[in-house]
Structure formats: C-alpha cells, structure tokens
Design a protein around this ligand. Structure first.
Ligand code: ADP
Length: 569
C-alpha cells in the first residue's frame, strides 16, 4: 500500500471530524460565490435602475456572505487542527511502541540520530499531508468543482475556454511528480545524517574536547549540513520552474476567456455584469488549481517522510515477548547452557558452550576482551537468539518461555550502568513501579548508596543528569546495584566495572555487591581478583569457547590459561 494511502488510513478513525470538515469546506466555498453573483446582478440591474434600497440590501448580503465564508473556514481550521493532531499523536505513539518492541539487533545497525529524526521531523513532515494536503486539498477540490459547474452553467463556451489549460497543467504535474521521490528523499536523508552526527557528537563532547577535535568535527558537521543545503536547493530549483510555469499556463486560460468573453460583450452576446461576474468566478476557479500544485509538492515531501516512518512501522517486532509460557514453579535459579552456538554476523562468537550454575551459586566468566563474556549474558536475556544448543533455567528451555517472564527473573547489572536523566527515585523505580519510599531507601541502604543520596541537594528527588553525568563513577555503580536489589531477581548477571575506584569506594561497592549476590544465582563477568576468588566456579573463555574451568585454586595449580590471565588481575 502506498505511504500516502496508509496515512489516509489513520484518518478513518476520526470519520466524524473528517465529515464535519468537509461540511464546513463545501458551505464555505459556496458562500464565496455570493460576491461575484451579487456583483454581476448589481452591475446589470441595480446600478442601471438606480435602486438604492436594493443596492444597500445587496451590500449587506455580500457582507453576510463573507462573514459566513470566513466563519465556516475558521470552524473548519479548528476542527482540522484537532483532527490532524490526533492523527499525528496516533502515528507517533505507534512508532514509539514499535521502536521499543524491535529486537536489540535492529538497534545495532541504527544511528540514534536517524531514529530520532524519523520520530520527530519525519512524523511532522507527514503532518503536511494532513494539514495542507487534506485541508487545502478538500477546499481546492470543492472550489474547482463548484466554480467549474457555475461557469459552465452560466456559459458553456466560456467554461470550455476556461478548462483549456487543464490538460497542460496535468501534464506539468505529471512531469514534476514523475521522478520526485528521489528529490524529496534527498533532503530527508541528508537531515537524518546531520542529526545522527549531531547526536553522536553531543554524546561524545568530552572526547571531542579532550582530543581538541573541534575543528575537524565542525568540518564534518558542515559537510553534512552542506549536503542538506544542496539537496534542498535541488528541490527548490525544480519548484522555482514548476510553480510559476503552472501559474502561467493557468493564466493563459484567463487571457483566452478575457479575449473571447470581451469579444462576446462587444458583440452584445453577454452583459457586462455577467462578464465581470464570470471573471471573478474564474479567479476563484484558478486559485485552487495553483494550490493543487503546492499540495502536490507537499504530498511528495510527505510521502518521502512517510516512507521513512513506515519503514520502521514495517520492521519485524521482537518475537516471543508475549508468546510462550511462563515458569511452571517459582524460580530457584539453576542455569545451564548446553552446546550453545551463536554468531552476530558470519563469524562464530560463541562455540559449543557448556556452562552450569547451580541455584544460588556464583560463577565468574574471565577472558580477554572480545572473548564473548557479554554475549553469554545477552543470550540469557534473549536479547539475541542462539543458533544451536539450549539454555535452561530450572530445567525449562528459555526458548519456550515468554520473554517478559524470562526477563523478570534476571537482573542485569553493568556497573558502568545506564542511568536515565531523571531523579534517583525514577531511576530506581524502573525496577519496581510500586516501590514505596521505605523500600527504595532499604535498597539504597543495602547498596551503600543511602549516605550520598541523603546528601544530594534534593535527596531522592535529585535529577542525576543524562546517563547519570552528575554522579561519580562509584555513586553510579551503587545506584545500579540498588536498582537490582529493588528488582530482587533470583538470577543475576553482573558485568563488573573495569574502571578502578579508590579503596574506600571499592569497599563500599564490595559490601553492596555481597548484599546483592546473597541467595541469588549469579553469572559475573569478572575483572577483579577479589570477585573471582569468591566465585564457586570459574570459566575461562577464549574466542567464544571455554578453555578451562574450575575453582581459583584448581586453576592456578593447573598453570594454564587462567594462571597466565591471573597475572593481569
Ligand atoms: P567480551 O564481553 O568478552 O569482551 P563480547 O561478548 O562483547 O566480548 O564480544 C564478543 C565478540 O562479538 C567480539 O568480537 C565483538 O566484536 C563481537 N560483538 C559484540 N557485540 C556485537 C554486536 N552487537 N554485533 C556484532 N558483533 C558484536
């Protein structure tokens, strides 16, 4: 289905508003005919007869005509605004919902700025089809039909002359529209590229400053900005030819009618009043034709934007979020990976992985970066689907589970964890929407975060800034731990922070972690010796494969890969 038709399909939900707009449009256009009619009648009858009373009455009729025309127009605009904003709201809401439900893999190859451009700018550009397209289109359509009919009824010959330019106008519109998709796509894509860079550079402003890369980045920004300028100019150049060209052709019709009609008046075949009235009608007939070109332009631009919006709406949602069963019994937390293979792209990332974590125990995953540790955690959450093998929790294949149920029992704590730009409370209550203040404070206490939160300017209501920028690394880590404590899941995946903190903070974090790990099954992506030593079992990974496993003491004694790695802790 074409994008334009799909936008229109959103309008169907608001049939009543749409009908009310149509009603106002038709009446308003009909009222516009009052003035030319009154004018013609006045010139031919009232003025020659010097009928002053009728003349004054007709002036009032004209005034009433204009008042009704503009009053109805105002009402139509109000209805249209509500109508259009509801439709935009629906599209944006559908779009956000879809984005949130897309698989993690989808986001891997997307630029945030591009997605944002689609939700904000492109949806707004689609709006043009609704406001200007539907609104002006309806008006223009009725205006052309109503005045066309009036002109034909008054004098069919004049009507024929008046419609003479129409085939030419249609040809012009066809030529302009034929290869317009690319022209209109250009500025949208250029704008998206520019926004993607802007988003990236704002997020990375510290890096840009510390590498003193402002000049180079400014140049990169200007390259994108320039591409946008060129794409927009290309569009404008076509418009500069098309719009006045079409206007000229339409005016040719005007000239022909002036010529033919004038000649008929001279020959006595038509009164001056009828002739003047026809010329006014003609003006009202051609005026919307000019608008139709603008609407064509808007529809094309909207279509390019709508294509980009519908591309997201048509992307496949993450499977298994609400399909599949739950756990047959309360989860104890035994985790088992059996012969698991997985690759992000072609290259195998995880190969024949076998892991076992008895309920309540902690295992540590160690290995060089890129060995596949985080991937193992991703697979447990089913952020990505495994290619072969099975992952079991308490003997239930997680592939058969509903992802919502699965993710409820897993806590994921990366200590470089993501904090939202909200208050401490908002950041914590994402784990439990109904948590009382008391529960939140208990979690903060357990995570050793309560003392510093108390000292924040507005305590628990203090806004932490984007990604928690207003907090120190150690503070962010403890909030992340508090959040996991609040979620209280039986299984925990813990990605230890690589950044080191001072000894006091380190001790606080360790106490918080001990509190968090108590009674839970934990898979720890470990970087610190203290954590690794405490683990019940250690798995050493190399290139997606387990090369050694055992306790710290066993592995040191084996003097293999672990012993070499341990020297770096
Ligand atoms: P570790 O956590 O041990 O450092 P990862 O599990 O993050 O390792 O990465 C394992 C391999 O998978 C690396 O080669 C990495 O480049 C690749 N990889 C990680 N995430 C993705 C992704 N989203 N898309 C493609 N490849 C990825």
């Amino acid at each position: 289905m074409s994008s334009v038709l799909r936008v229109i399909s959103y309008l169907k939900r608001y049939r009543l508003m749409f009908g009310a707009q149509l009603f106002c449009a038709v009446l308003s256009v009909a009222c516009a005919a009052i003035f030319p009619k009154v004018l013609g009648y006045t010139i031919d009858h009232v003025l020659p007869e010097k009928n002053f009373t009728l003349f004054i009455q007709l002036v009032f009729v004209t005034l009433l005509g204009f008042f009704l025309k503009d009053g109805l127009n105002s009402l139509r605009i109000v209805i249209n605004n509500h109508f259009e904003q509801r439709v935009i709201f629906d599209i944006r809401s559908d779009l956000y919902k879809r984005i949130q439900n897309l698989p993690v893999k989808w986001f891997d190859s997307r630029r945030t700025g591009d997605v944002m451009t689609r939700v904000t700018e492109d949806v707004t550009a689609m709006e043009r089809i609704l406001i200007d397209g539907v609104e002006q289109g309806i008006m223009a359509f009725f205006q052309v039909i109503i005045f066309g009919v009036i002109i034909y009824l008054a004098d069919w010959k004049v009507g024929l002359w008046a419609t003479l330019p129409i085939p030419l106008l249609m040809l012009g519109a066809w030529i302009y529209t034929r290869n317009a998709r690319d022209r209109y796509k250009g500025p949208r894509e250029a704008s998206s590229n520019m926004n993607a860079l802007l988003h990236d550079n704002i997020a990375g402003i510290r890096q840009i400053k510390s590498f003193t890369a402002q000049e180079a980045e400014h140049a990169r920004f200007n390259t994108h900005s320039n591409a946008l300028r060129k794409a927009t100019l290309r569009l404008m150049a076509w418009w500069a030819g098309y719009s006045p060209g079409m206007s000229f052709i339409a005016m040719l019709g005007f000239v022909v009618v002036l010529w033919q009609g004038g000649a008929t008046v001279i020959e006595g075949g038509m009164s001056i009043g009828d002739f003047t009235s026809t010329l006014f009608m003609l003006n009202l007939f051609y005026d919307p034709i000019g608008k139709l070109h603008q609407i064509n332009q808007m529809a094309l631009s909207s279509r390019a934007a709508a294509d980009r919006v519908f591309e997201i709406l048509d992307s496949d949602e993450e499977q298994g979020v609400s399909q599949g069963g739950g756990f047959p019994a309360p989860v104890k937390g035994e985790v088992r990976y059996e012969g698991v293979n997985f690759s992000y792209e072609e290259k195998a990332t995880i190969r024949n992985l076998n892991l076992h974590v008895p309920a309540g125990q902690t295992i540590a995953l160690v290995g060089a970066t890129g060995a596949g540790k985080s991937t193992i955690a991703n697979l447990l959450n089913r952020f990505y689907e495994i290619d072969a093998g099975k992952i079991w929790i308490d003997g239930t294949d997680i592939g058969d589970l509903n992802k919502t149920e699965l993710r409820k029992v897993i806590g994921y704590v990366s200590q470089d964890n993501f904090l939202f730009n909200g208050s401490v409370r908002e950041n914590l209550s994402i784990a439990d929407r109904d948590a009382s203040d008391e529960t939140i404070w208990q979690a903060l206490e357990a995570a050793q975060a309560a003392p510093f939160v108390r000292e924040l300017s507005e305590g628990i209501e203090t806004v932490v800034g984007e990604r928690g920028v207003k907090l120190s690394g150690g503070e962010k880590q403890r909030l992340a731990i508090a959040r996991a404590i609040l979620k209280n899941p039986p299984i925990l995946v813990l990605d230890e922070a690589t950044a080191s903190v001072d000894n006091t903070t380190e001790e606080l974090i360790q106490t918080a972690l001990n509190e968090l790990l108590k009674g839970r099954t934990a898979i720890v992506i470990a970087h610190r010796l203290s954590t690794i030593e405490k683990a019940d079992h250690i798995y050493v990974l190399e290139k997606g494969q387990v090369v050694e496993s055992g306790t710290h003491a066993d592995l040191l004694q084996a003097n293999g890969a672990y012993a070499t790695l341990a020297k770096t802790f």
